[in-house]
Design a protein around this ligand. Structure first.
Ligand code: ACM
Length: 547
């Protein structure tokens, strides 16, 4: 009996030591937070003795632009803590979390970096900009017990943060996810929740695929038929065929809702990147405005579904189609402050242009050489329009064919080749290859998983992904802005399913994009931290795939 007690006592001491010195496994019996559950892993972390305890007397000190982050911190923790920490302007020496902006740190840490110094008597957060404070607060939240993510007061929890000193900044600036309300509409509330969880993992771009053959989801004032006809289609071809899901396909975002979402995302340092597909994946636009299609007269007589399958949603890139999409972009740039505007550009079935006498004549008239030249000409019209309004065009890697529009950014999805070619031609690149970042692909054995579009992208594969292609030398690596995971929506019709496909793979992606590059990635260590993150996800009521 005595031996058992001794052993328990010894193991407690050893584990506490491990937690406070080596930042090893979570110490059993310690009810406070742990430094071993951080996702993504910070750039550097050093453990110290002791713990900082949050209580109703704890104050959060901030002034100027830091005040906003202080308010968010207090509000984010209040539901689980059951009390609101007090906001004060001047930091106190004890029992205080001080948030400070220190512009001189920018050169060393960049816009998103921070320093977090937790000591038993106080916490100091310093960052060159508010984004850094926000990320420090996410780290602080992750250092607390996972119950801090709950929406109701948690009883019997020691709200303690282990004493650590963290210096942190991201490896990549673009840490993205894509969601697809075009295939199955995603209500505003679900997008808000989605943003909450991604921001907690320091992901900072959410591309919304607003238009496709199956639906147009953005109110455009100049062309009301886009949502009147193009958003009401309670149907996706694949959903019907496979019987997958019961979620509603139809719906659209009003411009007021978009403004709200842009603000909501910005408060979490996420940029909403709108994607308006062209010149293909445009079936819903053609349904609403048949003049965009190759055969406007024939189209009006066809049912929507037939129009898509007959013409595969490719517009006729004639000047009035260019004017139409530029009008759409005019409203898009008013709504979305994102410096980059995504125009799709993928999977245009140019066979339809080959067969069209009108398009062939147009190619000859403009000396465009062939259909790839026509595609490129169309993309250039959009590029010039966006550039003229101080924005940059981004598109899937097909925009490389027939010559790349100057200044355009490439999203490399068909492997790495597009990214490599673009970076070699001095274009910025975001890596989004199907092989590692298509989160609509299966993450386990198909017979045990909900029906998916195909493929296989398991968690470990995402974790081991290296966004800088080996074919790029160090001089070109800087063109790779980061990477993005795609959660295409053909088979995903509910928020739970979307979260299940996203997590925990998005945790692995966050780690790849934020944590510093190391020779050998420690997957076992990542899984240990992920176990803590899973507790957080449970408290947030986020469905994830067990691994
Ligand atoms: C894509 O998956 N067509 C970009």
């Amino acid at each position: 009996m005595k031996t058992t007690l001794d052993r328990t006592w010894l193991s407690r001491i050893l584990s506490t030591l491990a937690a406070s010195l080596c930042l090893g496994a979570i110490a059993p019996g310690v009810r406070g937070g742990s430094p071993d559950g951080l996702i993504p892993r910070p750039f550097s972390m050093q453990g110290h003795e002791g713990r900082f305890r949050l209580s109703p007397s704890t104050c959060v000190a901030a002034s100027g632009v830091a005040t906003n982050e202080a308010r968010k911190l207090v509000e984010a923790l209040a539901p689980a803590l059951g009390f609101r920490m007090k906001w004060v302007e001047q930091p106190a020496a004890r029992d205080c979390i001080a948030l400070e902006i220190e512009a001189s740190m920018r050169e060393r840490l960049g816009e998103e970096g921070y320093e977090l110094d937790v000591r038993p008597e106080r916490v100091v957060v310093r960052a060159p900009a508010p984004a850094g404070l926000f990320y420090a607060i996410q780290t602080l939240r992750q250092l607390l017990p996972p119950a801090v993510c709950g929406s109701e007061r948690a009883e019997g929890v020691a709200w303690e943060v282990p004493a650590v000193q963290i210096v942190d900044h991201p490896r990549f600036q673009w840490r993205g996810l894509l969601v697809d309300p075009a295939r199955h509409f995603i209500p505003v509330r679900d997008l808000e929740r989605y943003l909450d969880v991604m921001a907690m993992h320091k992901l900072n771009r959410l591309q919304i695929h607003l238009t496709d053959d199956q639906g147009w989801r953005l109110e455009i004032r100049k062309y009301p038929e886009l949502v009147r006809l193009g958003a009401g289609m309670d149907f996706t071809a694949i959903q019907r065929g496979a019987g997958a899901g019961t979620g509603r396909a139809g719906g659209f975002y009003s411009q007021d809702e978009i403004r709200h979402l842009v603000r909501y995302a910005a408060e979490r340092y996420v940029t909403l990147v709108p994607e308006i597909e062209m010149p293909a994946h445009t079936g819903a636009a053609i349904v609403a405005y048949p003049m965009l299609g190759l055969y406007p007269d024939k189209l009006t007589a066809l049912a929507p579904e037939k129009r898509w399958t007959a013409h595969e949603g490719v517009v006729a890139p004639r000047p009035r189609t260019v004017a139409f999409f530029q009008d759409v972009l005019a409203e898009v740039v008013e709504l979305f402050p994102s410096p980059l505007i995504h125009i799709g550009g993928d999977e245009a079935n140019i066979e339809h242009w080959k067969k069209s006498t009108e398009m062939q004549a147009f190619i000859r008239e403009r000396d465009l050489k062939d259909e790839a030249g026509l595609h490129s000409w169309f993309i250039r019209q959009m590029d010039e329009y966006l550039t003229g309004r101080g924005r940059q065009l981004i598109g899937w890697d097909e925009i490389l064919q027939g010559g790349l529009a100057p200044g355009a950014v490439v999203m490399s999805w068909r492997g790495e080749e597009g990214g490599v070619a673009a970076a070699r031609a001095d274009h910025a690149v975001i890596m989004a290859p199907t092989s590692h970042t298509y989160f609509d692909y299966y993450q386990g054995p198909a017979e045990k998983e909900p029906k998916a579009i195909g493929g296989f992208v398991p968690l470990e594969k995402v974790f081991r992904y290296e966004p800088i292609p080996a074919a790029l030398g160090p001089d070109r690596a800087r063109y790779v802005l980061g990477a993005q995971a795609q959660i295409w929506g053909e088979f995903i019709s509910t928020p739970e399913h979307r979260l299940y496909m996203t997590y925990p793979r998005a945790c692995a992606l966050a780690e790849v994009l934020w944590a510093p590059k190391v020779e050998e990635r420690d997957y076992a260590g990542f899984l240990r931290r992920l176990a803590v993150d899973a507790e957080r996800l449970k408290h947030l009521q986020v469905r994830y795939r067990p691994w």
